[in-house]
Design a protein around this ligand. Structure first.
Ligand code: ZN
Length: 373
């Protein structure tokens, strides 16, 4: 083997290993202990939400840090006050893969008990709204909360409804993660599961990744409060949460790609999602290729995406056109112009504010005027 060849081989080997090192990104988890500092969260019978949340977060973090493929980012590791929008900033800046916020529930009915995990979304369910209202209340400790949180009014559930019509992105993955956590509580710990639920939480609304908010149980319930405040209880809860997170990582994160690998999602048991009132998108009848066809162009990108609802704010019936430079994505498919106007409104409601109608005649793109002639 001559020297030049050896050098080339060496460069090749080094090049390969450097390439691999760059690609071996870790699965990043943001752990968010609810409340902190002057914000105690719910307190009943001497049980304090902020302490329980922090203790569990630190325990979950310790388990996850032992996993080589996982990196943990904390919004707080001590008893300090962090505004909700700062928590979102920490998550977005770290470009994490999931955000997990940990809390305790409370209710005037001291008998209420059980665990629930929330995903971000619109709800008119009074009980869900009440939980979100309590968790959101902390922003009133900030001076400019109405400006910072887009007109949020702590006394009006409607302001929560209004502000949550922001994005349904990552809803599928969020539900998947939430269902895994609830399953761990119910089957692993034999605790009462109140299911996966949906409501508008200010801490979750501007985070761009799958995200959940866990209510580990009720500190207002004497028995459950004692469990939540005990080292043994916190350890059990932390193990259940960490297991669900690691199961999620194994299913959706392949090390080295920095991408979720699209896999067939297992069906979530019906009882887990009964509380989810996901905005319904109407089934769109496929249009005939001949004649005039209308579609809604929702975005254009250089990035090829799988045509699944989770990549398009929950919209289904997505199609695409790739002209070699740019990929255009379309929602819906209809022969009826009036129908296409409804589809356009649906796309806009899902966050595609600049969406527009495009028309085809016998497979050729034409202007709207030509199509309507
Ligand atoms: Zn809380």
């Amino acid at each position: 083997m001559n020297a030049f060849f050896k050098m080339t081989m060496l460069a090749f080997v080094l090049g390969t290993s450097v390439g691999q090192a760059q690609n071996s990104a870790k699965f990043k988890v943001v752990l968010d202990a609810g409340h902190g500092g002057n914000d105690f969260g719910a307190t009943y019978h001497g049980y304090v939400e902020k302490n329980n949340a922090l203790n569990v977060v630190l325990k979950v973090g310790r388990i996850l840090e032992a996993d080589q493929a996982t990196q943990v980012i904390y919004t707080r590791k001590t008893d300090v006050f962090i505004p909700l929008d700062e928590r979102a900033d920490i998550a977005n800046k770290s470009k994490a893969d999931i955000f997990v916020s940990i809390h305790c529930n409370a209710n005037k009915n001291l008998a209420a008990s059980g665990t629930e995990t929330y995903v971000m979304g619109v709800t008119r369910n009074a009980a869900n709204l009440e939980v979100a209202r309590k968790e959101n209340e902390v922003v009133t400790m900030e001076k400019d909360y109405k400006i910072k949180y887009d007109g949020y009014d702590p006394n009006s559930p409607e302001s929560v409804i209004g502000m949550t019509v922001i994005q349904e992105e990552y809803l599928d993955q969020s539900i998947e993660l939430a269902a895994g956590i609830q399953e761990g509580f119910e089957e692993g710990l034999s605790r009462k599961s109140r299911g996966v639920k949906q409501a508008g939480f200010l801490v979750l609304r501007k985070i761009y990744m799958p995200r959940v908010l866990i209510e580990m149980g009720f500190v207002s319930n004497k028995e459950e409060g004692a469990f939540l405040s005990s080292d043994e209880g916190q350890e059990q809860i932390a193990q259940a949460i960490a297991k669900a997170i690691l199961d999620y990582r194994k299913e959706y994160f392949v090390q080295g790609t920095e991408e979720y690998v699209p896999v067939e999602r297992p069906n979530i048991p019906e009882k887990e999602i009964q509380k989810i009132d996901t905005p319904k998108v109407k089934e769109v009848k496929p249009a005939a290729i001949n004649g005039t066809v209308f579609k809604i162009q929702i975005s254009a990108s250089t990035k090829k995406m799988d045509l699944v609802p989770s990549n398009f704010n929950g919209l289904n019936t997505i199609s695409m056109e790739d002209d070699g430079t740019i990929i255009k994505y379309f929602y819906g498919n209809t022969n009826d112009y009036n129908e296409s106007k409804k589809l356009l409104e649906e796309a806009k409601a899902k966050g595609y504010g600049s969406a527009f109608i495009v028309a085809y005649k016998n497979g050729q793109k034409v202007t709207l005027n030509e199509a309507l002639r």
